[in-house]
Write a protein that binds this ligand. Structure first.
Ligand code: ADP
Ligand code: MG
Length: 611
């Protein structure tokens, strides 16, 4: 039994949904009757709309409810086209998708630019706008009375109900395939990172704005397509079908099915459609039932039915693994194998910070700080808590704007660039508090670091172009190598955010390395590491330095800094208090006194310093 399960699990993940999708095509021939077939049709339409919401809500983390407006856009496009004599269903589908996309862009750009809840507001507003827009163009849309849609044609022949049904199923299967390809690609990974930590995403070279916009606008396409198909279902459309309550149904289906899931849309749509159909027999209870689904879905299970399914599958996996004798071991960071992996050829670039100042209100966090970090060198920045070390890294990586001063990378100015642009120009970093998105495996969390390099378009991911496959192969290779470099190979399939602190820090180093950076910024990476991990880190930094990378090391472990650094900057209250080699800093009386807390000894031989 267990072995059979494992064999089944070894099949590609899309097999079961594909079989279910193909089975749908045969529903009308199963003798279930017209009523059931109609419910299935409405479920498919709802599922298409819900996938769009899932892309923005579940994946990009933006509550954006414009899908109903896009659905209406598609439906009226089909209606108006048929009125004008363009009855070809493929032309209507194309036009409907285009109109929906346009609605997505028009509402998405200002909504996302303003940030916060603006997109939710603008998209809700869109829905309220539908009846008004339709009555303004009453002449052609029929306003409140709705309009009849001339039956469509397919390849010149009339689109009869049987063909219509097959078309609907095929469109849905194709769209779910597109969704799945996006989600399993690095774009899907980028969305998952973005949703959980926009800061992390931008530090990896992802533009938060364009990624969210892509997700929202892409989600318009299935809604527009569903609209066209809906218009051709009954041959009649009216504003009633696109009411606010329908938007709530879409939201409830998304949450109930599991918004961060590809197939959750189909599950949620089925539950809501069949559930509401039962409810409407009771009369007038629709919105209340929808609300109940929303509350229940939101409170009882956060991942929706799809989430429940996934955790059930995981449980069975564990059970099967136990039965077949795959036992768990305690995994430690492997320092011996880490040392044997090639670091590869790294080209560092000089990073020069000149006279940078930064104040937060009245708090002068940095004043005229200059730091010169060269390729093939470890440049350490030390100083007491609150002296401005992290702020300096944040200025370099573009999270904060400088008040004055300049920052150059290989002679290009990077001060003033957005953080994702700085990342793309070759600056990778780790964080003082590791940013590890939940629910990703170690492998995925590290692989996410590749998103900013070797970029492939979403179209590449959808159609799995040769370039996409090539890049994907490289992603995997680089990720495995980086994992080996930090000694985390054995942890690759574990949940990343469940790792102990030391391993999470090493994971961040691996994630920074897969981007093939020119400059690596490490913020207190050694704190929380055990001895083995420290050994791995120290040896790795040495090897990266020798390979030619520019390394900026912010660190509290003074002994580690003395061993590793080629040049040390001591910060105190936002100013560079001392700068020199390890030897010079170790013997600097002011550093001893103020930073290390050791009373300065009177030493006539090494009294000078370059403060
Ligand atoms: P370090 O990393 O050396 O411990 P930080 O760079 O984190 O120090 O902080 C330097 C100073 O800047 C502190 O006084 C801190 O409170 C302040 N600071 C840092 N970030 C912010 C922020 N986003 N807003 C306001 N003050 C900040
Ligand atoms: Mg700090």
């Amino acid at each position: 039994m267990a072995a059979l399960w494992l064999k089944f699990r070894a099949l590609p993940g899309f097999i079961v949904p594909l079989i279910l999708g193909i089975t749908l095509i045969f529903v009308p021939y199963m003798g279930l009757g017209y009523a059931v077939t109609r419910q299935v049709q409405l479920t498919i339409l709802l599922a298409l709309i819900v996938t769009g919401l899932n892309l923005s809500l579940g994946y990009a983390g933006e509550l954006a409810m414009g899908q109903v407006a896009m659905y209406a856009g598609g439906a009226y496009t089909a209606g108006l086209m048929s009125k004008a004599g363009v009855t070809d269903i493929f032309l209507q589908l194309l036009a409907g998708a285009a109109v929906a996309l346009l609605i997505g862009l028009i509402s998405g750009i200002p909504g996302l630019r303003l940030g916060g809840w603006s997109l939710a507001m603008t998209s809700f507003f869109l829905i309220l706008l539908i009846p008004d827009v339709l009555s303004i163009f009453k002449e052609s849309t029929g306003g409140r009375n709705g309009m009849t849609v001339v039956p469509a044609t397919i390849l010149g022949a009339p689109l009869d109900p049987a063909t219509y049904y097959i078309l609907l199923c095929v469109v849905a299967i194709l769209w779910f395939a597109v969704m799945r390809n996006i989600i399993v690609s690095r774009n899907g990974l980028a969305l998952q990172v973005l949703k959980r930590s926009p800061v992390l995403a931008s530090s990896m070279g992802i533009s938060v704005f364009s990624m969210k916009l892509s997700a929202y606008a892409l989600g318009a396409i299935p809604a527009g397509v569903a609209g066209v198909l809906f218009a051709n279902l009954d041959g009649y459309i009216s504003p009633e079908a696109f009411a606010f309550s329908f938007a709530m149904t879409v939201l409830a289906a998304s949450i109930f099915g599991g918004s961060a899931s590809v197939y959750g849309a189909a599950i949620g749509a089925a539950v809501l459609q069949f559930g509401l159909n039962q409810a409407s027999n009771l009369g007038g209870w629709n919105i209340i039932i929808t609300g109940a689904f929303l509350v229940f879905g939101g409170v009882v299970f956060t991942g929706g039915l799809a989430g429940l399914g996934t955790s059930l599958v995981k449980k069975i996996d564990n059970w099967a693994a136990e039965k077949t004798g795959t036992t768990k071991r305690v995994l430690t960071t492997d320092s011996t194998s880490a040392a044997t992996v090639e670091v590869g050829y790294l080209t560092g670039a000089p990073l020069v910070v000149t006279d940078v100042s930064k104040a937060f209100g009245g708090n002068q966090a940095l004043s005229n700080v200059s730091v010169d970090a060269q390729p093939g060198k470890v440049t350490a920045i030390i100083g007491p808590n609150g002296s401005g070390k992290t702020t300096l890294l944040n200025m370099i990586s573009g999270f904060y704007k400088t008040d004055s001063g300049s920052i150059s990378l290989d002679k290009d100015q990077i001060a003033g660039l957005s953080s994702f642009q700085v990342a793309r120009s070759g600056v990778s970093r780790t964080f003082q508090t590791p940013h590890i998105p939940e629910k990703l495996t170690v492998l995925e969390a590290v692989e996410a670091g590749r998103i900013g390099s070797d970029r492939v378009s979403i179209a590449g991911a959808i159609f799995r172009t040769p370039k996409f496959r090539r890049v994907r192969g490289r992603d995997r290779m680089e990720t495995e190598r980086a994992l080996a470099l930090v000694g985390l190979t054995e942890q690759r399939d574990m949940e990343a955010d469940a790792l102990p602190l030391g391993q999470r820090r090493l994971l961040e180093v691996a994630r920074a390395l897969v981007a093939n950076p020119r400059v690596l910024l490490l913020d207190e990476t050694a704190s929380g590491l055990d001895e083995d991990e420290l050994e791995v880190l120290e040896a790795l930094i040495r090897r990266l330095r020798n390979a030619g990378l520019t390394i900026v090391l912010v660190e509290h472990n003074f002994q580690l800094v003395l061993r590793l650094a080629d040049s040390i900057y001591v910060l105190a209250q936002g100013k560079v208090m001392a700068h020199g080699t390890s030897e010079e800093i170790e013997n600097n009386p002011r550093v001893k006194e103020e930073y290390l807390g050791i009373a300065a000894e009177v030493d006539v031989t090494s009294g000078e310093s370059d403060v």
